[in-house]
Design a protein around this ligand. Structure first.
Ligand SMILES: Nc1ncnc2c1ncn2[C@@H]1O[C@H](COP(=O)(O)OP(=O)(O)OP(=O)(O)O)[C@@H](O)[C@H]1O
Ligand SMILES: Nc1ncnc2c1ncn2[C@@H]1O[C@H](COP(=O)(O)OP(=O)(O)OP(=O)(O)O)[C@@H](O)[C@H]1O
Length: 722
């Protein structure tokens, strides 16, 4: 009798709803042959149960346990599969390991391939310390590392499935709340929020008054996004089911239809009907009507009558839903967010990440939910769009909760600020500046209070110690002891750790570094983006690009780093120069299943995990954060990993495209300080560059692209981009 085939058994047992990545992971785990199912399948339940439920393959833990037991029964005796090709080839081949935890497995001559062992999660140091490991040990480690990586990929798939499910659950229902009566204020009481075992908010209470606009602020990774997700999923007690909530998400429909939703679709139907007016009001134009008319049959009359009825229905429905108004309102929102008429008709999937976010934002504004949740909406927006959004939100009729690190935006939009700090949520009336003043004052008072109580305690204790054995003072000592006992414990002020962004010092290099000479550029069949562009970059450069979306900022970075060639003129680059680009959409290039440490070791093979941990630490990715899968990191935490990546090669010139997106205000300050002490050149595009320059130097304006440089640096050739 043949051995049961794990692929078939797993697919048959789990059923058709299985996420392919999760199923693949389970099959591969079972194919390894040494999988221990445990008594009554318990090990299988522990290994796969939660994953099957969270990925939406099975409805609950009970069903998952049943499936795992079935798998144990059907595949329980060790499944023997043929060894994988790589292992077949390995037998007898020499093995060596470098000092960095990277193992080169040299296969037999005919299979001269090298394979890298991924450092296992949480245990990179183990891999560093095995220079004397036997071939068998290495084989085992290889198997374990492979298994670990599969498990990480399955965890990522499960996470993505959960996120998709949560976001589907928060889709808007374009029907106003039935009944309408009752207060629309939200009273959220005694709620806690955690994520992946990390307690982010403890025992918070919050009153959100209808019509107020709350800015949610706090350091990166404190749990702001997690709170928004929990609210959107109605997981926080105190949000009634009837409360319509919407948070920004990505869509893949045409932009205008995505914004208009049902109203837009019905109008499209009407437009189609109008293009083909039915016979009752004019000549038959549809092929069926024409054919029927030509025949003069009864059919023609019935086709036209049906079309006329349909058109009347569509018009009636359009009046009911005010589709003209809907379309016009959608167009206003889209053009406010800088979508030109061509872009308004394009499918959302053809937009880049930043623009897709705008489609979601536009849709949220259009739907006008009772509670609108926005997560860093100004990222990727140019100044014009930010100003428009501020203006729109100031007139927002319902309740708004917006996470943002943008001070100016919050000053205009927020009527209240919620501060998430030390797992506590504190509400402040007023805008960001008022919050900052009040919070700084409160912090100062809290520190003073802790200090004065500490001194009081020390004082009393000193008195007690001094006169403990003095009979004359016995009653005084007793009363001090009692007073000391009665003194309430004052909570220590939890200070935020200092952030430091440390950019490594580049190797010396002789000028010239990089020069643009009479450069023109246009994409094939596109307009000229630059004409006669002349400027240079050197180790002292501190340049900023400011300009509206689509003016050509990313294109310019492409010309500098050599990804694009000028249409005319030359770009001269020093052969030895190392350029590093921090991209606006850096997350798109990351392997989110890996931990920051694994990712860095993979991008820079041959490096040592200790050294890499220290480099990650220069950007605040330290401790357990470096060993957490990257999909579980917050936006700001992922940005720091991206900074660590682009700076590891000690670049001479940093090209930074919107580096402050996602970073909290303290981190932005640390970034600017880091850049000021950086020994190489910097070219930066950031929509908050005006506020950044306050801490970083002067500012020169010149046309569409404004060049900004540090006070003592030589002035660059004038930029005459048009
Ligand atoms: N599996 C896990 N183990 C440990 N911590 C986790 C896990 N999953 C998520 N976290 C932590 O939960 C927090 C979630 O952060 P969240 O995205 O809500 O923060 P945020 O305040 O929105 O940050 P940002 O300002 O950077 O956007 C992060 O600190 C993250 O590291
Ligand atoms: N590969 C391409 N082919 C043709 N046109 C392109 C290409 N890439 C960009 N463009 C167009 O060139 C112009 C400049 O684009 P670029 O991405 O450089 O602008 P940007 O100023 O960086 O925009 P944003 O502020 O949105 O990042 C835009 O009109 C864009 O649509």
């Amino acid at each position: 009798m043949g051995v049961a085939d794990p692929i078939r058994v797993v697919h048959d047992t789990v059923g058709s709803k299985g996420d392919p990545d999760v199923l693949d992971y389970i099959v591969r785990s079972l194919e390894d042959g040494d999988f221990d199912y445990g008594e009554d399948g318990q090990e299988a339940i522990d290994a796969f149960g939660e994953m099957l439920v969270s990925a939406g393959c099975l409805p609950d833990d009970k069903a998952a346990a049943e499936v795992c037991r079935k798998l144990a029964k059907m595949l329980g005796n060790p499944v023997r599969t043929a060894p994988k090709d790589a292992f077949r080839a390995l037998i007898g081949g020499p093995v060596h390991m470098d000092s960095m935890g990277k193992v080169q497995l040299h296969f037999s001559e005919s299979h001269s391939v090298s394979h890298m062992i991924q450092t296992p999660i949480g245990g990179p140091d183990v891999a560093d310390n095995i220079p004397g490991a036997s071939e068998k040990d290495l084989k085992k480690m290889q198997a374990r590392a492979d298994k670990e990586e599969r498990s990480q990929r399955a965890a990522l798939a499960a996470h993505q499935a959960r996120a998709a499910k949560a976001s589907a659950g928060s889709r808007p229902v374009i029907v106003r709340n039935a009944g309408g009566g009752g207060s629309k204020d939200l009273q959220l009481e005694n709620f806690s929020v955690s994520n992946g075992g990390a307690e982010l908010i403890e025992d918070a209470s919050l009153m959100m008054a209808h019509g107020r606009r709350y800015g949610l602020v706090g350091r990166n990774g404190t749990g702001k996004t997690t709170l928004l997700r929990a609210m959107a999923a109605h997981q926080i007690k105190g949000i009634p089911e009837t409360c319509q909530i919407l948070h920004v998400e990505q869509e893949e429909e045409a932009a205008l239809v995505a914004v208009c939703g049902k109203a837009g679709k019905e109008q499209t139907d009407a437009a189609a009907a109008l293009d083909k007016p039915p016979g009752a009001n004019g000549p038959a134009t549809t092929p069926a009507a024409k054919a029927a008319a030509a025949k003069g049959s009864d059919n023609a009359a019935s086709v036209e009558a049906r079309a006329a009825t349909r058109l009347t229905q569509v018009y009636k429905r359009l009046q009911e839903i005010d589709a003209d108004g809907a379309q016009a309102r959608a167009a206003i929102i889209l053009s406010g967010l800088s979508f030109d008429p061509d872009m308004q008709a394009r499918a959302t999937k053809t937009f880049s990440g930043g623009w897709r976010m705008r489609v979601s934002l536009a849709r949220a504004l259009f739907v006008q939910p009772d509670l609108l949740l926005l997560d860093e909406p100004t990222n990727h927006l140019d100044l014009h769009a930010v100003l428009w959004l501020e203006d729109y939100l100031v007139r927002w009729p319902n309740t708004l909760l917006v996470v943002s690190h943008a001070r100016d935006f919050l000053n205009v939009v927020a009527t209240d600020v919620l501060h998430l700090h030390s797992r506590k949520l504190t509400a402040y009336k007023g805008n960001f500046d008022t919050f900052e003043r009040t919070a700084t004052e409160r912090l100062k008072n809290a520190r003073k209070h802790v200090e004065s109580q500490k001194q009081q305690r020390e004082h009393m204790q000193a008195f007690i110690d001094k006169f403990r054995f003095n009979a004359k003072r016995a009653s005084l000592v007793q009363s001090r002891i009692k007073a000391l006992e009665r003194m309430a414990d004052v909570e220590e002020v939890e200070e935020d750790p200092e952030y430091v962004f440390k950019f490594p010092e580049p190797d010396p290099i002789s000028p010239p570094i990089l020069g643009f000479n009479d450069v023109d550029f246009n994409y094939p069949k596109g307009p000229t983006l630059f004409r006669d562009l002349n400027f240079g970059l050197d180790m002292e450069s501190r340049l900023a690009i400011v300009g509206p979306n689509g003016i050509g900022k990313s294109t310019l970075l492409g010309l500098i780093n050599g990804l694009l060639e000028p249409s005319r003129g030359t770009v001269n680059r020093n052969q030895r120069v190392r350029l590093a680009t921090f991209s606006q959409h850096h997350v798109e290039g990351m392997d989110l299943a890996l931990t920051p440490l694994q990712y860095m070791l993979k991008v820079f093979p041959g490096t040592n995990s200790q050294e890499m941990r220290s480099h990650l630490g220069s950007f605040g990715v330290s401790g357990s954060l470096a060993l957490q899968p990257m999909y579980s990191l917050s936006g700001g935490q992922k940005s720091r990993v991206a900074f660590a990546k682009v700076t590891y090669s000690k670049p001479h010139i940093l090209l930074l495209d919107e580096p402050s997106n996602h970073l909290d205000l303290d981190a932005v300050r640390a970034l600017i300080q880091g850049l000021n002490t950086f020994q190489g050149g910097v070219l930066m595009h950031d929509h908050v560059v005006e506020s950044l320059q306050a801490s970083a130097g002067g500012f020169n304006i010149g046309g569409y692209i404004h060049w900004w440089r540090a006070p003592n640096a030589p002035v660059p050739s004038p930029c005459n981009a048009s």
